[in-house]
Design a protein around this ligand. Sequence first.
Ligand code: GLU
Length: 310
Amino acid sequence: MAELMSINYQSVLDRVFEQAKNTEMLGEVASYIPELAHVDPQKLGIHLITTNNEHFHAGDAGEKFSIQSISKVLSLTLAFKALGDRLWQRVGIEPSGTAFNSLVQLEYEQGIPRNPFLNAGAIVICDVLVSQFDNPKDEILRLCCELSGNPEVSINETVAKSELDSSFRNCSLANFMKSFGNIENDIATVLDVYFYLCAIEMTCKEMAQTFMFLAENGVNPLSKKTVVTSSEAKRLNAILQLCGFYDEAGEFSFKVGLPGKSGVGGGIIAIHPQKYSVAVWSPKLNKKGNSYLGMKMLESLTTISQSSIF
Ligand code: GLU
């Protein structure tokens, strides 16, 4: 029935935000990357953009934060465009059921990560970008600026350095995959791109805008340029749906019912193809590494507006 009525997204977002503010904030801010622990845990924001280019927001939606793994959707987009289906020889498209930084599955599966959003998978994607581009960092940042509409999107050098200084697991993953022949380039070079990717900062508004191309069949609504084909957009959304929440992808599908991707900075992006893109931010993470209140806000959003993809 909600399909037939036009949805007043601002009043939905106001309700979602009020509910979240009145919910006990469980979880912990990520601290295994020390610089991430400095964020104010009370931050709470949401920004939604419809395919009619209407913007709605509440709370701290205009404040920058570390988008962390959410940027892995952009590196995947670049690698998929560059290699097409050959990419899937290097990385899978299946949910992992393991933690984002887990090593165990890699041994069984001969150094081929289950999907591009696990740390291991994202490191392979960075290796692809190092092979494909003279300056992969510039390519990543150029895509962020173009899609977000803000030519000044940047990375936080202190976060990138903090990632490097605490990169014991990511180094292990990269070395382990290199031993199976699934990393072509120098490990330090590949990880440098990976830490850069993770240290991108955006606001909820910029993040919602950046991922609008996935709600628009692959077209950037700001420039009207094709970012990926509609078939590629379909595949990217499918990977978000199945792999975007570490070992909690089922829970997110079950409760929210949208393709999405989270990051340990407490952000989440979710896409309703042909309808909207929505970004939320709340830094405290649940045990699986996903934003506790971010998940709750998106659950309320799709429940109140009756607008999940299922
Ligand atoms: N930079 C983080 C790491 O490598 C990204 C994790 C995430 O957001 O999932 O552990």
